[in-house]
Design a binder for this molecule. Structure first.
Ligand code: NAI
Ligand code: MG
Length: 491
């Protein structure tokens, strides 16, 4: 035995299996010191700026314009001009060419976009590289395909563009949300004024360079930056025909109140508190992967995150044990490291919100589990967290946390699972894990959620419509349904 030990030591079998660091180089990205607004194909100087940072270490990245109502007015005028000056009358096949170009340019420059997205937003490079950027390009490809087929998508209804679309997006999927909004709007012949979220403006600003390369006519897409005040100026602008908003339910409600009676079109994609439901016949190891993907993907900054896990009582113990073991293998750290699973929290404000809700969970009596992990000292970080012993009345079971925090609850029968799952003001998404096809259909018909995933979670495809019920908003993005908000019809 001693002899064997000795030989093994001699052949140099590694004793330490921890990952070495594998940082993606950021040299590919060039960040300007200061950015203005992209209006009518030109850069306008901002009168006031704020600093955008890297949430992994709070490094300042650039000065960003805080657009005033006047700046917004210029951008809306540019969009109106481009709309009247040819874009809306261009044949669909010509509009498609621009969209295809944009899609191909995003693919060509995907590494640059992925690095910038992770740097400015904190998400792991693995996700921006494999999910955000490829899906953004896929959306442009997909809607390019519809641009000359609108008459077939809506036969005998004479589809026509709506006009100028004001689009306000959040910070959790900056470039992807831009693609979800800009691609269908342009495919239908509208022009756009878009505002990225204040913490993550950089990929939207880099996208302006893609528009230049694609030779999109000036004014068809205009990008202004700034916080909620700029967003409110877009909403209030007289000459905008449609607002598309993704963000908090609170701001969504406020926008709906503002627009009531104005005749402007509105779609809202708001918060969620999705149920991910695991039945006792489900393949447990696969379910654990789906649960992890459902709540720790993008640090849980996902509106459709599977933040409430419902486990059938008979498998509660083995499932939670497997889940906690799996959590200990998640690597939390530098977003630019290719081995990172969980990156930085997007902002100080979001971190504070997560911390406050987690404290309330402990206070109300839930049991907390966090794997041992060393969090970097600078920047915004939160360890992956599981709460067990959660009652439905606890805030962590009711409110959207928008962080890497899972609440585990139990059920006995499908009826009970359904009742608990639907017991929320939200209704964006849900997951069902079972071997039984009939049960998947039974559940999917009764879950009050816009998307139901079966034996998988957080899957996206440009061809599939996405959107909510109840306080998760209304209107659909993606698929043929996603064209409708950007079209008028002869009814
Ligand atoms: P938010 O709703 O304030 O921000 C989203 C976007 O709306 C940003 O571009 C922001 O500048 C803009 N905005 C803010 N106030 C506005 C106003 N009065 N009029 C027009 N536009 C306005 O969301 P925030 O404060 O960043 O996050 C708060 C919570 O909202 C998060 O913790 C999360 O629970 C939820 N949220 C949900 C998202 C989703 O994907 N459905 C995305 C982001 C946040
Ligand atoms: Mg806000």
């Amino acid at each position: 035995m001693a002899e064997l030990d000795k030989t093994q030591r001699d052949v140099g079998v590694p004793g330490d299996w921890t990952y070495a660091s594998a940082p993606e180089s950021r040299d590919i990205v060039h960040i300007e010191d200061r950015y203005g607004y992209f209006v009518g194909g030109k850069w306008l100087e901002p009168s006031e700026t704020y600093e955008t940072i890297a949430p992994r270490d709070e490094e300042p990245l650039a000065a960003i314009g805080q657009a005033t109502a006047e700046d917004v007015g210029r951008a809306v005028a540019a969009a109106r001009g481009a709309y009247a000056d040819g874009w809306s009358a261009l044949p669909g096949s010509e509009r498609a060419k621009y969209l295809f170009r944009i899609a191909r340019l995003l693919q060509e420059r995907s590494r640059e976009f992925a690095v910038l997205e992770s740097l400015n937003g904190g998400k792991p490079i693995k996700e921006s590289r494999d999910v955000d950027i490829p899906l953004a390009a896929a959306h442009f490809f997909y809607y390019a395909g519809w641009a000359d087929k609108l008459e077939y998508a809506f036969p005998n209804r004479r589809p026509r563009p709506v006009g100028v679309a004001g689009q306000i997006i959040p910070w959790n999927f900056p470039l992807l949300m831009l693609a979800w909004k800009v691609a269908p709007a342009l495919a239908c012949g509208n022009t756009v004024i878009l505002k990225p979220a204040e913490t993550t403006p950089l990929t939207a600003l880099l996208f302006c360079d893609v528009l230049r390369q694609a030779e999109l006519p000036p004014g068809v897409v205009n990008i202004v930056t700034g916080d909620g005040r700029t967003g409110a100026a877009i909403v209030e602008s007289e000459d905008v025909d449609k607002i598309a908003f993704t963000g908090s339910t609170e701001v969504g409600k406020e926008i709906q109140r503002r627009l009531a009676g104005s005749g402007k079109r509105l779609t809202l994609e708001l918060g969620g508190k999705a149920a991910n439901i695991v039945f006792d016949d489900a393949a447990l190891d696969q379910a654990v992967e789906g649960i992890v993907n459902g709540i720790y993907f993008n640090q849980g900054h996902v509106c459709c995150a599977g933040s409430r896990l419902f486990v059938q009582e008979s498998i509660y113990e083995p499932l939670v044990a497997k889940l906690e073991r799996r959590l200990t293998t998640l690597r939390v750290g530098d977003p630019l490291d290719k081995n990172t699973d969980v990156g930085a929290i997007n902002s100080a404000a979001q971190l504070e919100k997560i911390q406050e809700l987690v404290a309330s969970g402990k206070e109300e009596g839930a049991e907390i589990f966090q794997p041992p992990c060393v969090l970097p000292e600078k920047g915004y970080w939160f360890a992956p967290t599981v709460f067990t012993n959660v009652a439905q009345s606890y805030r962590i079971a009711q409110e959207e946390i928008f962080g890497p925090v899972l609440s585990v609850l139990t059920f006995r029968t499908p009826e009970e699972a359904l009742e608990k799952a639907n017991n929320t003001p939200y209704g964006l998404s849900a997951g069902v894990w079972t071997e039984k096809g009939s049960r998947i259909l039974w559940m999917a018909q009764r879950l009050r959620a816009g998307v139901v995933w079966a034996n998988t979670y957080n899957r996206f495809d440009p061809g599939s419509p996405f959107g909510g019920y109840k306080e998760s908003g209304f209107g659909r993005e993606g698929g043929r349904h996603g064209l409708e908000p950007y079209l008028r019809f002869d009814e």
